[in-house]
Design a protein around this ligand. Structure first.
Ligand code: ARG
Length: 458
């Protein structure tokens, strides 16, 4: 069996089941590049601290480059004793360059090393997710801009409520996703902090220049306390919580579209639908159902990992190795759901006729009340009068808009002949909502501009 890096004080063998239980290389190998980048910076730093000579530093650096080339070419051969990416890389480095490889870990622990690696890794991934989210928002604002004139039924409690613009609906989801983008950007400053130089828990015994390490690795700051730094996984909990909330938002997009697809108000591209193995007529909105379903998975990862952290004593404990699988799974999930949602919006076709068919005159009952408000009647009264009109139409079994001026005047003398033109118009109803944030065309356009200018300035 291969010698363990930590084997000195051991005489007994590790149970093979324990070996497998303890192994994280199967999943943490994806951090090979950042692990090597961290080691290169560290080699330079221990040289500056006088721990190794410049010649030794150069030996380490060229060895690390060779290890890197092996990973990049997919020729890195994992050996039995490699329990994680850190031990695998160091073992290989020492094979390549000999005993000098054994100087690299001076003053360093896998505890500050792994914390550094995960931060470097997540920093890259949040940047990728940021650009995917920006792309999604661009797709949504383009769709909204393209269909500005299109009206649809707005709902509360899944009941027809008031007419809105289709674009206003699109921008309602963009508004939530913009906050998710802002939260993603905001957490980067807490991810981008250097733990390296904290040692195992107590700090660095050789006076390492952590400011130098910070600059080498492009971190914005240096961790405050070594005991905290090796066990701080807040940034992972925060990222997972962010992902949970973002997927919840995407599940809401999905649910709306599942309903609008069911009522034929929107058409989904074949590219994001699938058929049935039994029923030939089927075209199912599977992309949307998966988007809705993935939220459960992300929520599970966030709550599960918080449960892992709860009650952990200071400082590093192996429980923390449980951070990576939920993190990596969630990153992969987020990449997928953002790309799919972008594709869904890019290929979505609103169906004019079906959208119009959902608009019913009863959705203008509020406008009927507001007509009287404009004549000076207190709103609370007008609400009752309009309600009486709705009741009358219902009793007669006719649409609200077919009540005559005479019918309405019997309910309140302020109703005039212009009700037909002023009230029974979905377009006018929508255009009256022209305060910022409303569904009038100018207000929706301003929302589109605001989202676009935020993402362009990023
Ligand atoms: N694979 C470990 C992890 O992911 C690395 C740190 C191990 N440190 C230790 N002292 N056992 O957390």
């Amino acid at each position: 069996a291969t010698k363990k890096l930590w084997g000195g004080r051991f005489s007994g063998k590790v149970d093979p089941i324990m070996e497998k239980f303890n192994n994280s290389l199967v999943f943490d190998r994806r951090m090979w590049a950042v692990d090597l980048a961290g080691s290169m910076a560290y080699a330079k730093a221990i040289c500056l601290a006088g721990i190794i000579s410049e010649a030794e530093r150069d030996e380490l650096l060229s060895g690390l480059l060779k290890v890197k080339a092996e990973w990049a070419a997919d020729t890195f051969v994992v050996k039995d004793g490699d329990e994680d990416i850190h031990t695998a890389n160091e073992r290989r480095l020492t094979e390549i360059i000999g005993p000098t490889g054994g100087k690299l870990h001076t003053g360093r622990s896998r505890n500050d090393q792994v914390a550094t690696d995960v931060r470097l890794y997540l920093r890259e991934e949040t940047r990728r997710l940021r650009s995917l989210l920006v792309e999604l928002l661009h797709t949504m604002t383009s769709l909204a801009r393209e269909h500005l004139p299109l009206l649809m039924a707005g709902f509360t409690h899944l009941q027809p409520a008031q007419p809105i613009r289709f674009s206003h609906w699109v921008m309602s989801h963009a508004a939530a996703l913009l906050r998710d983008l802002q939260r993603l950007v905001d957490q980067e400053q807490r991810i981008n902090v250097l733990p390296l130089g904290s040692g195992a828990l107590a700090g660095h015994a050789f006076g390492i220049d952590r400011e130098f390490l910070r600059q080498e690795l492009g971190f914005a700051g240096v961790s405050l306390n070594s005991l905290d730094a090796v066990c701080d996984r807040d940034f992972i909990a925060e990222f997972l919580s962010w992902a949970a909330l973002t997927t919840v938002h995407l599940s809401q997009v999905a649910e709306d579209l599942i309903i609008y697809n069911y009522t034929k108000q929107v058409g989904l591209s074949d590219a994001y639908s699938t058929g049935s193995s039994l029923m030939p007529q089927k075209k199912n909105p599977d992309a949307l159902e998966l988007l809705r379903g993935k939220a459960g998975r992300a929520l599970g990862a966030a709550t599960g990992f918080l449960a892992t952290l709860k009650g952990l004593p200071r400082s590093y404990n192996k429980d923390l190795q449980e951070d990576k699988e939920p993190l990596f799974d969630t990153i992969d999930t987020m990449v997928a759901v953002l790309q799919i949602t972008t594709g869904v919006f890019a290929t979505l076709t609103p169906n004019k006729e079906a959208l119009a068919a959902q608009l019913v005159p009863e959705m203008l009952a509020t406008d009927l009340a507001e007509y009287l408000v404009r004549k000076g009647v207190p709103f609370r009264e007008t609400h009752h009068i309009s309600g009486a009109a709705v009741k009358l139409a219902e009793e007669r079994g006719v649409p609200l808009s077919s009540l005559t001026a005479g019918d309405l005047q019997a309910l309140h003398p302020c109703f005039g002949e212009d009700v037909a033109e002023e009230v029974w118009s979905y377009e006018k109803s929508v255009e009256r909502k022209n305060a910022p944030g409303g569904t009038a065309m100018a207000s929706v356009r301003a929302q589109i501009d605001a989202v676009e200018s935020y993402v362009t300035a990023l």
